[in-house]
Ligand binder design. Sequence first.
Ligand code: NAD
Length: 249
Amino acid sequence: MRLEGKTILITAAGQGIGRASVLACVAQGARVIATDINMDALENLKRESDFIETRFLDVTDVEAVNALAAELPRLDGLFNCAGFVHHGTILELSDEDWAFSVNLNVTSMIRMCRAFLPGMLQRAQETGSVSVLNMASMASSIKGFTARTAYGTTKAAVIGLTKAIAADYVKQGLRCNALCPGTVDTPSLRGRIADAADPVQAEKDFIARQPMGRLAKVTDIAPMVTYLLSDDSQFVTGQAMLVDGGVTI
Ligand code: NAD
């Protein structure tokens, strides 16, 4: 199993890609600390395996982030999955919405990394290999999409952050990569479809931009998560890994 003996923390693990990633990591032998602000979702997830430990963690709460890092054992893997999709052009983006997106999509990852990297670097001295994975998107520096100003800009910043961390720690056994999914069928995507003026057309439009003719399932994304968190990817760092169903062919 790919992740035997590894301890991995995942944020936004209550639903969607985060939840699927927890289950995939456990199936590959990891002990997973699943965090979210939705405790009901975490309780439901915990019932899936004895190897899942759940914690309430609002990734925008710096004190809680630092307290959790001080309490937990040194991690082998950290998956910063939390993020938010703001819908709108630059002319529809308020300063408040921009600040919210920056805080949740980027600053939280900086704080998570500042809190957990010292322990992970110590762990790397013991094992030779630890891995950080940051959730970006194909909607980022990779490709522009309509009504995704805050989202695309912040996810581009995640790719820059990932490369900076990768460059700084490449000689110390710490790898850092970004994950860039296409359009994935998750509860928040369903919410964006439901909020559209014409939900039926909105779903058709999301599918139409995927050349494979369907949305990604969370299980299409999770194998890339286990790969990037495992030693199978030990020669891979600083990369923005696309799993986009051919959007960027
Ligand atoms: P989702 O949006 O359906 O679920 C997000 C989870 O984050 C929820 O469980 C929620 O409780 C939790 N959360 C919200 N605020 C939080 C906070 N402050 N601290 C901790 N947890 C918080 O999940 P998803 O659609 O799988 O998206 C997960 C990540 O994947 C996001 O970063 C998103 O930008 C990215 N992504 C999603 C898609 C997609 O099409 N769904 C595509 C590319 C990238």
